[in-house]
Design a protein around this ligand. Structure first.
Ligand code: NAD
Length: 440
């Protein structure tokens, strides 16, 4: 099939590449000229494991193209995916201006039947709005399909190629048939393609993300409570996770969810509810708890060193909102750095992929290390904000030799408590007992 993907970010690039990889001819369009130039040369504008090889293979085999020419890409395609940003507006609702702006343009361009497929995360009713926006100028038949995307950054290729399910919101038989044909190669292992109405499809995405955010937040509250009463959240996690009704995933406590999706989608669902006079009590609580959790490690630092951190130096390992990505949108690290700077701390940061993005925000207000150990030179403590694998088995002796004080505040529970008991460190994590093997 001939496909255009409008918006070549995390979702658009992965979608376009994976669809090209199953034999379709795909043109990925973006307004960002520099990004399109890079991609046309096979260079990656984002870090996503295995994407590089897949993009280059499909470029070489003449199935994947990159362009800033919306007109041409749309004319050539029968299926047009929208993978555009839907950032939070000032009131927290999803900003649909990118999606509706492109929809209006499409109305002017299309001159024969096309299927416009919305992959962006959008509130209920957006398919209707997109249809109306296209109709303003279009005089040919078309269908608008809601096809929310569930991929996770860091596992995007695998998630796209082997999805738990494909959700397709449409009431058009013609569009349904085309979509089922397109997705058949990705559900060969038996995972379902679910056909539903557009509104249910749109809400499925918000419900999924809000549920997962709730699960994380629930566990973070249990962890905070564990600390007060002397229980161990690792044991509680295992104790509940073996129950199939609960499941093992998303039970790891930490310093709150971040990223480009959960915070904005949870907020947008709350706002969408408010718009029709519905109050999502659970969502309100999730947002409030998560906000506090993002700086809980700084609270621990303050409890140890006091409220004024002038003259003290801290290393921060991990800046991305999660491992295997360079994405720092809504990352706890940003909140932590801001808070630490505001109370006088000097900060040296390290992340395997996200330093450039953080430098764009903080410039010379903080220092950047070339590797994890380099960040530890003469620091009063190390804080850990992202669970990169490279942080899991460090040389603790070497760390101790570099640090002024061997103190670790671990926001991701990277190290076993029993192992830390044998090391000459002060070690605080989330929802577990504090290890204090230093004299101070
Ligand atoms: P992104 O910011 O990485 O990419 C969006 C791209 O659209 C950018 O490259 C931007 O330049 C381009 N763009 C903006 N206006 C344009 C226009 N008029 N024409 C062409 N291109 C234009 O965003 P993303 O992370 O890929 O997210 C896209 C959507 O998918 C959002 O609604 C998001 O919520 C949703 N989503 C994201 C993820 C994720 O993990 N990132 C997962 C599932 C769903």
């Amino acid at each position: 099939m001939k496909i255009a993907v409008i918006g070549t970010g995390y979702v658009g690039l992965v979608t376009g590449t994976c669809l090209a990889d199953t034999g379709n001819e795909v043109t990925c369009v973006d307004v960002d000229k520099a990004k399109i130039e890079m991609l046309s040369k096979g260079e990656m504008p984002i870090y996503e494991p295995h994407l590089d090889n897949l993009v280059n293979r499909n470029i070489r085999q003449n199935r994947l193209f990159f362009s800033i020419d919306l007109n041409k890409a749309v004319h050539n395609a029968q299926l047009i995916f929208l993978a555009l940003p839907t950032p939070p507006g000032e009131d927290g609702s999803a900003d649909l201006s990118y999606v509706l702006g492109v929809a209006k343009e499409l109305g002017k361009i299309i001159n024969e039947y096309k299927v416009i497929i919305n992959k962006s995360t959008v509130p209920v009713g957006t398919a209707e709005k997109v249809t109306a926006a296209i109709c303003e100028n279009a005089s040919v038949d078309f269908d608008v399909v809601s096809n929310p995307e569930f991929l996770r950054e860091g596992f995007a290729i695998d998630d796209f190629k082997k999805p738990y399910r494909v959700v397709i919101g449409t009431r058009s038989e013609k569009a349904q048939q085309l979509m089922e044909e397109l997705y058949q190669p990705f559900v060969r292992q038996g995972n379902p393609i679910m056909i539903m109405d557009e509104k249910s499809a749109e809400l499925t995405k918000y419900a999924a993300n809000s549920f997962l955010a709730t699960k994380i937040t629930f566990m973070n509250e249990i962890a905070n409570y564990c600390e007060l009463i002397g229980a161990d959240v690792d044991k509680v996690r295992r104790g509940i996770g073996t129950d199939n009704r609960i499941g093992k995933s998303f039970l790891y406590p930490g310093i709150g969810y971040g990223g480009s999706c959960f915070p904005k989608d949870v907020n947008a669902l709350k706002k969408a509810g408010n718009d029709v006079g519905f109050n999502f009590n659970i969502i309100n609580a999730v947002m409030e708890v998560n906000h506090k959790q993002k700086t809980i490690l700084v609270d621990k630092v303050k409890a140890y060193f006091g409220d004024d951190l002038k003259g003290l130096k801290f290393a921060l390992w991990g800046l991305a909102f999660k491992p295997e990505t360079d994405d720092i949108r809504e990352a706890p690290s940003i909140y932590m750095i801001k808070e630490l700077i505001s109370i006088g701390a000097n900060i040296v940061v390290y992340d395997p992929e996200a330093i450039t993005n953080i430098r764009n925000i903080f410039g010379d207000k903080i220092t950047y290390a070339l590797d994890g150990y380099g960040a530890l030179e003469n620091v009063d403590a190390l804080l850990i904000a992202t669970e990169w694998s490279a942080f899991r088995n460090p040389d603790f002796n070497y760390m101790e030799s570099k640090m002024k004080l061997p103190i670790i505040f671990d926001g991701r529970n990277l190290y076993e408590i029993n192992a830390m008991e044998k090391r000459p460190f002060y070690y605080q994590s989330i929802g577990r007992r504090t290890v204090n093997n230093i004299n101070n």
